[in-house]
Design a protein around this ligand. Sequence first.
Ligand code: SF4
Length: 323
Amino acid sequence: MTNMNEQLVSIRGLKKYFQVGPNTTLKAVDDITFDIYNGETFGLVGESGSGKSTLGRTVIRYYDPTAGTIDFKGQAVHALKGRALKTFRREAQMIFQDPYASLNPRMTVADIIAEGLDIHGLTRSSKERMERVYALLETVGLNREHANRFPHEFSGGQRQRIGVARALALEPNFIIADEPISALDVSIQAQVINLLKALQEERGLTYLFIAHDLSMVRYISDRVGVMYLGRLAELADSDTLYENPLHPYTQALLSAVPIPDPVVEKKRERIVLKGDIPSPIDPPSGCRFRTRCPHAMSICAEQVPEWQEVEPGHFVACHLYQQ
Ligand code: SF4
C-alpha cells in the first residue's frame, strides 16, 4: 500500500519544550525530522520519557511546537484556520493507549462513537446517526446490540475496538495510534493489530503507530523510527532495521525481543543497558545515549552525532557511522 513518493506528513526540525520551573526546561522533543508516506504505517518506538507521545500529540495539534514545522498534505498544520482546520480535524484522528480512561464512562457506546459526527454535524437524522454507529460497530468486529451499553460492560480488547470505531467515524485518512495495544493482554494484542491492518487495506489509511518496544511493531510497520530522550536515534524500513540495526540503542532494544525460531532464540544475546533513561530536563551532552552506550567514545560526550542517511532510506545518529 505504501506509495513512497507521496508524503502525507512532513516533520522538520520539530522541537517541543515544556517550561517546568522558573529556570527549568523539559526538552521532550528536540529537533526531529522525518516524513510519513501515504498509505504506510510508520512505527515510532521509544521507552517512556523518549518523547514519542509528545511528538504524536504535537502532530495532531494537541500541542504547539516550540520550533520546527509539521506539514499535512503540504499545508502547515499549526497555521491551519477555519475550514482547512476543520478538515484536518476530520482527516487526522487518534487512538489512545488506555481504552478505558479514554472512553467517557457515563456515555453509551453509540454516543461515544457518534460524538465526532455530532460535533461536525455530519448526520441529518437520528436514524442515519444510528445506522452509522451500527456500521462502525460491525466494521470493528462488534455488533449493533453493543450500541446502548456503557464502556465498563466491555473487555479491554472490546474497548479498544470502540476506540477504533470512534476514530473511524469521521472517515480519516491518518490515524495516530498511541500505544494502542500496550494495556492489552498479549493474546488480544494480535487481534487489534490485525484489525488495524485490515482497516488500512480497506481504507488506504496511514498510521503513526507509537510503541514502547519493538516486539509487535515489526508486524504492522513499513518503516520504524527509534527515539531516545527526545531525538531520533535510527530510522529505516522494518526489515532493514530488524536485520541490520546500526545504532547501539536499537541493537539493545532488539536484543530484548524474543525470536520465534527456537534455534536462533537459544543463541540470542541480550544486551543489558546500564542505568535508567536520564531525565530530559538535564540530558547528557553530545550523544544523549552515551551514559548507557557500550561503545561510547570521548567524542560522544563532546559532539552531537549528526542525523545521517548511511544508505538509501536508512538514517542513524551515531559517531560510529559518521562519514
Ligand atoms: Fe554510542 Fe557514541 Fe554512538 Fe552515542 S554516538 S550511540 S555514545 S557510540
